[in-house]
Design a protein around this ligand. Structure first.
Ligand SMILES: [Zn+2]
Length: 435
């Protein structure tokens, strides 16, 4: 412990066994096709073809930035301007991607130069390239050591602490949205469902959030208002999945999802269900009284130590107001080794000198000021939002490097441009409406 604030640059917790975690294999992600990304000014002379791969549910392509030769990911946001709701959602995501500055949160490195506004239909965002994600890693046969689990969980919570400090609820934390590169660096991605927290408890929030297996009990029970604790619930489910290599609560329906949760945690108290809708409460009270069966978590794997299960049980708390926060979870002793490993050989915030490692003064930084979503209040028509987004992208590029655009002569351009992603049908299923 005591790792939060090292008092000097001397290594606070140098440990002989600490080293970079074993590399994660990222085989199987490649679908070789060709795609070209060109700086606008060099369009005519440069004809550099690069590979691209499909490694995400949204079209996320691996391309080479011709300005510096670095491999980056290109994310296409299609059909942006179909209606006001999709415009606003995409603009919010775009603003967030440009706002984030944290190593465990995916951010926009660049946005491709938009065409004239009359032809402006899609937005292309350049992000850092990540080879895999936690879902692919969990279902793969490659072994995951307890070091892997600790360093992944540490980074998830580190990123989440930052997001929550920005006032942002991710609302769809799941293994597929946690990108991982071969050095085991992890970044939270996909902010399509993210929003700013609602502090006014009388305001209703949409329940169309969170993939069912990772959905918090308060959402399953129809609470009209929820907090960033829903993200922590998802992290708890993922923690258990990392340990057990299988989905913790894999139900066929939202009701069964809730039943699996109460099988583990026992019947919740009335106090813990105070925000639930009447129908959901009636369902729980009608059923048999269940005793908690938390010791079963020790059987997840041999890595489910006392410390691991203790932290897990602080995340999988039925009552959201009693669930641990990302900040407090990071102070749990289970994560000390993950922090040590991350900052000894994986982070960008500390550095090595000939006399040793110089550690940052803040291992888990937050953001100040918060993300400001007041811009959304004045968005009233598709045309207006389109103009604002167009202007926003041009402003992002001001003073920046040479703007990038897609080369329409590229062989794969047509298939790329016609691909569609993340339509409403692919959104998480709606929760049950309790009658
Ligand atoms: Zn560091």
């Amino acid at each position: 412990a005591g790792a939060e604030q090292p008092s000097s640059a001397a290594e606070p917790w140098q440990h002989p066994s600490v080293s970079r975690p074993a590399l994660i294999s990222c085989a199987g992600a490649a679908r070789a096709e060709r795609q070209q990304l060109l700086p606008r000014v060099q369009r005519a002379q440069t004809q550099r073809a690069v590979k691209f791969l499909h490694c995400h549910s949204t079209s996320l392509e691996s391309v080479t930035d011709p300005r510096d030769g670095k491999r980056v990911a290109l994310k296409k946001m299609p059909n942006v301007f179909q209606n006001l709701v999709s415009c606003k959602r995409v603009f919010r995501e775009l603003k967030m991607l440009c706002f984030f500055k944290h190593d465990n949160v995916l951010s926009a490195l660049d946005i491709l130069q938009p065409p004239h506004i009359d032809y402006f239909e899609e937005i292309y965002v350049v992000t850092e390239l990540m080879q895999s994600d936690l879902h692919k890693i969990i279902v793969s046969p490659q072994p995951l050591s307890s070091d892997h689990v600790k360093v992944f969980l540490y980074q998830i919570l580190r990123g989440l602490k930052y997001l929550h400090s920005a006032g942002i609820l991710h609302r769809d934390i799941k293994p597929g949205n946690l990108l991982v590169n071969s050095n085991c660096v992890l970044k939270i991605c996909d902010f399509g469902l993210a929003r700013v927290e609602e502090l006014d408890e009388s305001r209703h929030m949409t329940q169309e959030v969170v993939t069912q297996y990772y959905r918090a009990p308060e959402i399953l029970m129809g609470s009209r208002h929820y907090s960033n604790a829903i993200d922590i619930w998802s992290v708890g489910c993922i923690f258990a999945e990392l340990l057990g290599r299988r989905i913790l609560f894999q139900a066929q329906s939202p009701i069964q999802q809730l039943d699996l949760i109460t099988d583990l945690l026992g019947t919740p108290s009335l106090e813990a269900m105070r925000t639930a809708c009447e129908g959901a409460k009636a369902h729980i009270l009608r059923g048999p009284h269940k005793q908690p069966s938390l010791p079963v978590l020790y059987t997840l794997s041999s890595q489910a130590t006392h410390e691991a299960v203790h932290l897990l049980c602080r995340m999988l708390v039925f009552d959201p107001s009693k669930r641990i926060s990302a900040k407090d979870a990071l102070a749990h002793p289970y994560l000390d080794e993950g922090r040590l490993r991350y900052h000894t050989c994986m982070c960008k915030c500390c550095f090595s000198t000939s006399t040793g490692r110089v550690y940052t003064s803040d291992f888990e930084p937050i953001t100040n000021p918060k993300f400001d979503d007041t811009f959304e209040k004045n968005l009233s028509s598709v045309r207006q939002v389109k103009e604002i987004i167009h202007q926003f992208i041009l402003e992002q590029q001001k003073g920046n490097r040479v703007p990038l655009c897609i080369n329409p002569q590229s062989a794969a351009f047509k298939s790329f441009i016609s691909s569609t992603v993340a339509q409403p049908s692919e959104m998480p299923p709606s929760p049950l409406v309790w009658e």
